[in-house]
Write a protein that binds this ligand. Structure first.
Ligand code: GDP
Ligand code: IMO
Ligand code: MG
Length: 427
């Protein structure tokens, strides 16, 4: 049985939650490997509608071991309320395991996220203000607090005191805000520790065990390739790697164990937060797509920016992730859109380019070069076989496949688990 990584191919919100929920029916283990509660993964299935931020989308299949990997930064308060919400809806969370190496989001990370955004003034990144950037910065600076630190409360207090000395200097002397309280944070995190204790495990070892038994492991990504700190629209991106390479590190699995990589792409683009987006639609069409598709952020409720499918960025994402297949989502959103556009190249300083530039200043200057395809003008939400799609919809999917140079395995035509057209088996 293979290891399958499922990664976001664009700027996040591609429908990873839906696809993982669908494929998890066959899986033994599902591992979230990056990000934190900046992620919002929507799942609609026989148990209801769920917005997951930290818990893997495999949680609805009771036999699946769900792992929050070491590459995720965990806000314990968010995780606890997510677990409580799932339990209230009758979802069993007893097969959840949390890596003992995962870093924690602390209250001062959230405060710092807010203050840093404010200090960027006109150049704010538009973060989710969940403390994710500062938590990953502390991880790199070796100032992080990890889940394993919760298991020794005396050592936790000592480490927290050391870290807070620096943070409180920053708060009072640089930002001019009051210091945070060691005692309050310590008391809160001791409560979290008691709750989280049974879930904290050496999850990389659990994974190794699963691989030995030839079980099917799904690695669930958060965010999307174009938000990657190395290959995305830096600095307008997130702070951990949503790429396949990030899956290895963030789950604790060697690169040569990953067999397949499925990239999730909407049939158009969306972006929440700031930064360049060459195909952005600032006109009525963009507004119409936003309303039909209800494109508002799962985590922050912000309106998502809308744009045509960007095949230049998609090809780049495909290459950098080593995709073996693609799942296209939201095909049904185009049911009433008369003419569709796909960006096949950029014009930069009067010349055509077909690469995704490193510099956001250059990307801002890129003008999309489009080709047009006719829409299909009828509902497809009940279609389950590719050959039953209107010819125009088939052509649209095939054209994206051709431009990306990667097979389309699935096309989704609605938000619920069963609204999927399988073109080629994923696993
Ligand atoms: P994720 O972060 O990648 O898991 O994606 P989000 O859940 O943030 O956003 C994707 C949105 O698209 C959710 O509201 C899903 O319910 C919805 N969705 C996923 N696939 C489809 C589809 O094929 N058609 C429609 N109409 N909605 C979809
Ligand atoms: P899922 O997993 C869409 C964006 C934010 C902001 C930038 C940095 O649901 O696809 P951060 O809080 O990470 O420091 O914000 O990244 N962002 C996302 N956009 N979907 C997400 O997750 C995102 N997670 C972060 O909007 O532009
Ligand atoms: Mg999302």
């Amino acid at each position: 049985m293979p290891v399958l990584a499922i990664v976001g191919g664009q700027w996040g919100d591609e429908g990873k939650g839906k696809v993982v929920d669908q494929l998890a029916e066959k899986a033994d283990v599902v591992v979230r490997f990056s990000g934190g509660d900046n992620a919002g993964h929507t799942v609609i299935n026989h148990l209801g509608e769920f917005k997951l931020h930290l818990v893997p989308a495999g949680i609805f299949s009771s036999r699946v071991l769900c792992v929050i990997g070491n590459g995720v930064v965990i806000n314990p308060a968010v995780l606890m309320s997510e677990i409580a919400g799932l339990n209230k809806s009758g979802v069993d969370t007893s097969k959840l395991a949390i890596s003992d190496r995962a870093h924690l989001v602390m209250p001062y990370h959230i405060l710092l996220d807010e203050l840093e955004e404010k200090s960027r003034a006109g150049k704010a990144l538009g973060t989710t203000k969940r403390g994710i950037g500062p938590a990953f910065a502390d991880k790199a600076s070796r100032l992080g607090i990890r889940t394993c630190d919760l298991l020794d409360k005396a050592a936790l207090k000592e480490r927290l005191a050391m870290v807070l000395e620096g943070k409180n200097t920053l708060f009072t002397k640089v930002y001019g805000v009051p210091p945070v309280s060691l005692d309050e944070i310590y008391a809160k995190y001791c409560e979290y520790a008691d709750f989280l204790f049974p879930f904290i495990k050496d999850t990389a070892a659990l994974l190794d065990h699963a691989l030995e038994k030839k079980q099917l492991v799904i690695l669930e990504g958060a965010q999307g390739a174009l938000l990657d700190p190395d290959f995305g629209t830096y600095p307008y991106g997130t702070s951990s790697s949503p790429l396949t390479a990030g899956a290895c590190l963030g789950a604790g699995i060697a690169p040569n164990r990953i067999d397949r990589v499925l990239g999730i792409f909407k049939v158009y683009c969306t972006r929440v937060g700031n930064g360049p987006m060459p195909t952005e639609l600032l006109d009525e069409t963009g507004q119409k797509i936003r309303e039909i598709a209800h494109e508002y952020g799962t985590t922050t409720g912000r309106p998502r920016r809308i744009g045509w499918f960007d095949a230049v960025a998609a090809r780049f994402s495909c290459r950098i992730n080593g995709l073996t297949g693609v799942a296209l989502t939201r095909l049904d959103v185009f049911d009433t859109v008369p003419t569709l556009k796909i960006c096949t190249g950029y014009e930069l300083n009067g010349k055509r380019i077909d690469y995704f530039p490193a510099s956001v200043a250059e990307l801002e200057k890129c003008k999309p070069i489009y080709e047009e395809l006719p829409g299909w003008g009828k509902p497809i939400t009940d279609v389950r076989r590719f050959k039953d799609l209107p010819g125009e919809a088939q052509k649209y999917v095939r054209r994206i496949e051709e431009l990306m140079g990667c097979p389309v395995n699935m096309a989704c035509c609605g938000p619920s688990r069963e609204q999927v057209i399988q073109l080629k088996p994923v696993i």
